[in-house]
Design a protein. Structure first.
Length: 116
């Protein structure tokens, strides 16, 4: 059973930075593409960023391009999301997802709150 545990969320002022982590267990981490999504209250879940299984390709949503960076450490079975220049509208629950073939696995989410 693949399990994902996010951490690193919290309260930060606008313009600040946070780094989220997602630790994966129960599977072969290096075979999964990884992604971050977020969901704000009353809104649909939104794609944030993704990284290929080897880390050679990354993708970002338009709303976070140039501010957020996704990376992975296959030796630590962990994917990261470095978030800089945070804005009020980045407030959301951030979810980590592992994907391989037709299977997707989700974490429980971590809250990020950006204050003015």
């Amino acid at each position: 059973q693949v399990q994902l545990v996010e951490s690193g969320g919290g309260l930060v002022q606008a313009g600040g930075s946070l780094r989220l982590s997602c630790a994966v267990s129960g599977g072969t981490f290096s075979r999964y593409s990884m992604a971050w999504f977020r969901q704000a209250p009353g809104k649909e879940r939104e794609f944030v960023a993704a990284i290929s299984w080897r880390g050679g390709a990354t993708y970002s949503g338009d709303s976070v391009k140039g501010r957020f960076t996704i990376s992975r450490d296959n030796a630590k079975n962990t994917v990261y999301l470095q978030m800089n220049s945070l804005k009020l509208e980045d407030t959301a629950v951030y979810y980590c997802m592992a994907s391989r073939s037709t299977y997707n696995y989700w974490g429980q989410g971590t809250q990020v709150t950006v204050s003015s």
